[in-house]
Ligand binder design. Structure first.
Ligand code: NAD
Length: 295
C-alpha cells in the first residue's frame, strides 16, 4: 500500500521504519528535516509539504506530540483527502479532540481511527507495541495487517476515542507508579538497604509492575537518556485528569502524581526523561540510587 507517515520522531521514526520493512511504499513528513533522514536512507520518500503527502497516500498515520499538533496537521491534510483514504492518529491524544477530527474526516468521506500505542521507543523499534484502536470494526480489520507491522498486541477497543481512553488510563497508572517507584528506591536506600537487593525483593513481591521491572532498573543502571520526556508525561496525565473532570469522576492519587510531574516540568526537567526526575528526590534525601546496578 501507499502509506504516509507524519511525525517521525522517537516513536514515529521506528514505527514508520517497520511499515517500510513490511513492504509498503512510504511517504514521510516531519517539521524537522533531520527526523526523516534515516527513513529516506532506507527507501522512504520525503514530501516537501503535508498536502503532497496527504494526496499521495492511501493511509496516513500521525505520530505527533499531542492534541494541538494533531488538530493543526489534520486541518491542513483533510482538505487534500477524499473518499477511499484513511487517517489514523497514533499520537496520545484527547478522546474529545479525536472525535472532532473524526467528524471533520467523515464530512469528506475519509475514514478516521485513533490508535495510540504503548511500549516505548524499544517497543517501537522491535515492532512489539501495544496498539489500542478506536473506530469502526470493519476499518479496524482492514488496517490490522498494517498495525501488525508496528505492534504485537493490537486491540479494537471501541468507537473513535476509545483507543485514547484506554491509553490515558494506562498512562495515568504508569506515571503514578513511576513516581512512587522513585520514592521507594530513595527511601529504601536512605534506610540503608542496597538498591539492587531492594529491586530484586520488589520484583518478586506484590509491589512489582512493568514500571518497576523496566523503569526502576533503568534508574539503577543510570540509563536515563530522554525517550519519554516529562513534557509528554505532563501532557498525558493532564489529558487523563481532564477526562475525569469532564465525566465528574473524582480522582485523588493521580492528581498528586500530576502535581509532582508539573513541579519537575517547571523546575528544569521538561526535556528530561520522566525517570530522570529521581535526581531531584536523591538530592533532597541526600542519597544516590543511580548507577548502583550490580551488572
Ligand atoms: P517526538 O517529539 O520524538 O516526535 C514527534 C515528532 O513530530 C517530532 O519529530 C516533531 O518534529 C514532529 N512534529 C511536531 N509538530 C509537527 C507538525 N506540525 N508537523 C509535522 N511534524 C511535527 O515524540 P515521540 O516520543 O515520538 O511521541 C509521539 C507520540 O507518541 C506522542 O503523542 C507521545 O505521547 C506518544 N508516545 C510516546 C512514547 C515514548 O516512549 N516516547 C510512548 C508511547 C506513546
Amino acid at each position: 500500500m501507499k502509506i504516509g507517515f507524519i511525525g517521525t520522531g522517537n516513536m514515529g521514526g521506528p514505527m514508520a521504519a517497520n511499515v517500510l520493512a513490511g513492504g509498503h511504499e512510504l511517504l514521510v513528513y516531519d517539521s524537522q528535516a533531520t527526523a526523516t533522514e534515516a527513513l529516506e536512507a532506507s527507501g522512504a520518500v520525503r514530501c516537501d509539504n503535508l498536502a503532497s503527502l496527504a494526496s499521495g497516500s492511501e493511509v496516513v498515520f500521525l505520530s505527533l506530540p499531542g492534541p494541538s499538533e494533531v488538530t493543526a496537521v489534520a486541518a491542513q491534510i483533510l482538505p487534500q483527502m477524499s473518499s477511499g483514504q484513511t487517517l489514523v492518529d497514533m499520537s496520545t491524544n484527547s478522546p474529545s479532540v479525536v472525535k472532532d477530527i473524526a467528524r471533520d474526516a467523515r464530512a469528506r468521506d475519509v475514514v478516521f481511527l485513533d490508535a495510540p500505542v504503548s511500549g516505548g521507543v524499544r517497543g517501537a523499534k522491535k515492532g512489539t507495541l501495544a496498539i489500542m484502536v478506536g473506530g469502526d470494526a470493519s476499518h479496524y480489520s482492514r488496517l490490522e495487517p498494517l498495525f501488525k507491522c508496528m505492534g504485537e498486541n493490537i486491540f479494537h477497543v471501541g468507537d473513535v476515542g476509545a483507543g485514547n481512553v484506554a491509553k490515558l488510563v494506562n498512562n495515568m497508572l504508569a506515571f503514578s507508579t513511576m513516581m512512587a517507584n522513585a520514592e521507594a528506591l530513595v527511601l529504601g536506600a536512605k534506610a540503608g538497604v542496597d538498591p539492587n537487593v531492594l529491586w530484586n525483593v520488589v520484583r518478586t513481591s506484590s509491589g512489582s509492575s512493568m514500571t518497576w521491572e523496566g523503569g526502576a532498573r533503568a534508574i539503577l543502571r543510570d540509563r536515563l537518556a530522554p525517550t519519554f520526556t516529562v513534557d509528554l508525561a505532563c501532557k498525558d496525565i493532564g489529558l487523563a485528569t481532564d477526562l475525569a473532570n469532564e465525566l465528574d469522576v473524582d480522582l485523588t492519587m493521580v492528581p498528586t502524581a500530576e502535581r509532582l510531574l508539573k513541579d519537575f516540568q517547571a523546575n528544569g526537567y521538561a526535556k528530561e526523561d520522566v525517570l530522570a526526575t529521581v535526581k531531584a528526590l536523591e538530592e533532597a534525601a541526600g542519597v544516590v540510587v543511580r548507577g548502583t546496578w550490580d551488572e
